[in-house]
Ligand binder design. Structure first.
Ligand SMILES: C[S@@+](CC[C@H](N)C(=O)[O-])C[C@H]1O[C@@H](n2cnc3c(N)ncnc32)[C@H](O)[C@@H]1O
Length: 207
């Protein structure tokens, strides 16, 4: 059962990686509302290994898009022999539909809950108890500081927040520098930047 699920996930991931190359190299005319804007394959493989090593099972993601990163998370959790519990938040109905199709094709719809809506609204309504092993922040950059403050209480001690785009593209620099300054003052975490993909901030909650 698990090996069949893993094969199906890999097949959808392979399709999405081909689509992502076409998108990034502008070989296909993809309208802005359908662009995947996914983490890079190298970043995905890094998070995959990280999630396996910390035995993550309960994951929150801000910014679903086509579901590429969430599928990697599901794969990591299933590879550990656990049942994934992934919650991912997305505002765009087109992206939600794309992700639903991909989760269906990969056979993981039962493990991934998409919450439609604006991330801030959804986070305000969520209980602030520590229950997530890993949280990926990968949505609009203007709100990244507020997202961090809202999700930190939901992260277990020893859990990790990954934040994409801390180094690239240049247009996000102002927001990401503010993010960096903001989290560096927090005594409940240890954090560091990895120059992988568009730059990952890896933050562990320690108290
Ligand atoms: C960079 S993409 C996410 C890529 C995805 N994590 C992956 O690697 O496959 C960011 C997504 O966040 C969504 N988004 C941006 N701002 C949002 C907001 N305020 N509320 C909900 N969704 C938002 C966008 O529609 C987009 O699909």
């Amino acid at each position: 059962m698990a090996s069949k699920a893993l094969r199906e996930i890999k097949s959808v991931l392979s399709k999405l990686e081909k689509q992502s190359i076409l998108e990034k190299t502008r070989q296909a005319d993809i309208t802005p509302e359908k662009r995947m804007l996914a983490i890079t394959p190298q970043t995905a493989r890094f998070y995959h290994k990280l999630l396996i090593s910390i035995k993550a099972q309960n994951i929150l993601e801000l910014g679903t898009s086509s579901g590429y990163s969430a599928l990697w998370f599901a794969d990591a959790i299933l590879s550990n022999g656990n049942i994934p519990k992934i919650t991912t938040i997305e505002a765009s109905p087109i992206k939600i539909q794309m992700a639903r199709v991909n989760f269906e094709q990969a056979g993981v719809s039962d493990f991934i809950k998409i919450i439609p809506g604006q991330i801030l609204d959804v986070l305000y309504a969520m209980p602030k108890k520590p229950r997530y092993d890993f949280i990926l922040i990968d949505a609009d950059k203007e709100n990244v500081v507020r997202y961090f403050d809202l999700v930190l209480p939901m992260l277990k001690i020893g859990g990790i927040i990954g934040t994409d785009n801390v180094l690239l593209p240049e247009k996000y620099k102002k927001f990401m520098q503010r993010y960096s300054r903001h989290i560096s003052k927090n005594k409940h975490i240890v954090t560091g930047t990895i120059p992988l993909g568009y730059g990952q901030e890896i933050t562990m909650r320690i108290s």
